[in-house]
Design a protein around this ligand. Structure first.
Ligand code: URP
Ligand code: ZN
Ligand code: ZN
Length: 463
């Protein structure tokens, strides 16, 4: 099977060229101007369109158990929505149940994806306990392509682990090359503040945000980086939300440490001020870390420009407002934490980044595709348009107009965090390993066609 895409503009993290692109057997065969139409069975005209490497969302939670329910999108509905938005690879999180082997969780998550995944997917492993035998368990997972592990400094009694566990896991990555991803918030301190709020009768959704100070995030980021420095390994901070936390990453990077961090569209585009007077509707924005004061947003954009933040992912973790967020109607601590966004990441970052002059087009590509491919062991198979790479290609119409709404989105959730946001720029057609899976914005791929990705453990590829 061969496809020739002619007359488009090929955008990579380090270059923008007008050229033709030839796909053969799922792989990019050649990129150059003037490839003859006779070279392929199918010829596509991409005049006026950009060709981007397929988006990589390195932080999603599909079909994830949390707070007595499961996130609303499974591997079918979540990856289908991702594809429609121009994402061709996700890295989701499997969760080790306490007292069990991580291997069991890996099998469970493979089953969740089986017959459903519409795009390729990798898995991080969430570590909830790590006896000495668990260190060998980590190595076993690395051999299975699980090149990264997430540990929590928050959610005491549920997912939080102590510093000894974090330090042991970090030290193990010096041996196996995996990357530790940290949910960095001081969960013990936050718990004290939360208990006091509840005792004072403060049960509304807004108290989720008001009980999680940015200092609790910054302290944990500092501690995570300090432990990684002592272990002599890189560390990756997930869903960084505030200037205070960013300052810790910047200070470490200025000292030459391999500290990496991601942020998410919600922290760049939504603020505490936006939700302060929403009452119960504020439950739609209960995720962790919470929304921050608006003044943090320009600092995060600056972090993206200056490479103190390397990745934009979604932390997609949808819960329906009607019947899932409602679990916390009388107590904000019982609202399942998470929000939807897997479909809208490229649209939002293109419009608010490239369109409004906050990012160059090349940096946009780097943040949504190339950097996550490099950091999480998928490059150059993924994350770049180059001969020999998987033909994961988005035909992006930079002039397409779209208004984001729950009425038209494809995620299985009854609200949008970005309801009414108008964006310019959208995915028109999407190829995954050379197969057209989205045509003119509609999904035409087959559920279950997505492959599990065995990622290489390269310690964040920082050396
Ligand atoms: O609120 C969030 N972020 N839910 C998903 C779990 C996590 O901490 O990433
Ligand atoms: Zn987290
Ligand atoms: Zn998450």
């Amino acid at each position: 099977m061969s496809v020739l895409i002619q007359n488009g503009t090929i955008v990579n993290a380090d270059s923008t060229v007008k050229a033709d692109l030839l796909i053969e057997h799922a792989i990019i065969k050649e990129i150059r101007p003037g490839i003859s139409s006779s070279a392929a069975e199918t010829v596509v005209d991409a005049t006026g369109l950009l060709l981007l490497p397929g988006g990589i969302d390195a932080h999603t939670h599909l079909d994830m158990p949390f707070g007595g329910t499961n996130s609303a999108d499974d591997f079918l509905t979540g990856t289908r929505a991702a594809a429609i938005g121009g994402t061709t690879t996700i890295v989701d999180f499997a969760i080790q149940a306490r007292g069990t082997k991580m291997r069991t969780a890996l099998d469970t998550w493979w089953k969740k994806a089986e017959g459903k995944a519409c795009i390729d997917y990798g898995l991080h492993m969430i570590v909830t306990d790590l006896p000495d035998a668990g260190l060998e368990d980590m190595n076993d997972l690395v051999r299975e392509g699980v090149a990264s592990f997430k540990l929590f400094m928050a959610y005491p009694g549920v997912l939080m682990v102590d510093d000894a566990t974090i330090f042991k896991a970090l030290r193990q990555t010096a041996k196996n090359g995996a990357l530790i991803c940290m949910h960095a918030e001081n969960g013990s301190v936050i718990d004290v503040i939360v208990q006091q709020a509840l005792a004072e009768g403060k049960t509304a959704p807004i108290y989720h945000a008001l009980t999680r100070p940015t200092k609790a995030e910054a302290e944990a980021v500092h501690r995570a980086i300090a432990m990684a420095e002592m272990a002599g390994v890189p560390v990756y901070i997930v869903h960084l939300s505030s200037e205070d936390a960013l300052n810790q990453v910047r200070e470490a990077r200025d000292r030459g440490l391999p500290a990496f961090a991601e942020t998410c569209p919600q922290y760049l585009l939504l603020s505490l001020e936006d939700v302060a007077d929403k009452g119960w509707d504020g439950a739609k924005y209960v995720f962790t870390p919470p929304l921050r004061e608006r003044r943090n947003q320009p600092k995060l954009w600056d972090g993206l420009r200056k490479d103190n933040l390397q990745v934009v992912s979604t932390d997609h973790c949808p819960f329906c407002f009607e019947d899932q967020k409602a679990l916390g109607k009388d107590d904000f601590t019982k609202i399942p934490n998470g929000g939807p966004g897997i479909e809208n990441r490229l649209q939002l970052l293109h419009h608010h980044g490239v369109g409004l002059g906050n990012l160059t087009l090349n940096r946009f590509v780097e943040l949504v595709s190339t950097a996550p491919a490099r950091i999480f062991g998928m490059y150059p198979k993924k994350g770049v348009l180059a001969a020999g790479s998987d033909a994961d290609i988005v035909l992006w119409d930079p002039a397409a107009e779209h208004t984001i709404s729950a009425a038209t989105h494809h995620m299985r959730v009854d609200y949008s965090m970005f309801e009414g946001f108008h964006v310019r720029g959208n995915a028109r057609d999407v190829y995954s390993r050379g197969e057209l899976i989205v045509s003119k914005g509609g999904f035409i791929g087959k559920p279950g066609r997505g492959n599990y990705l065995r990622r290489e453990a390269r310690g964040g590829a920082w050396k």
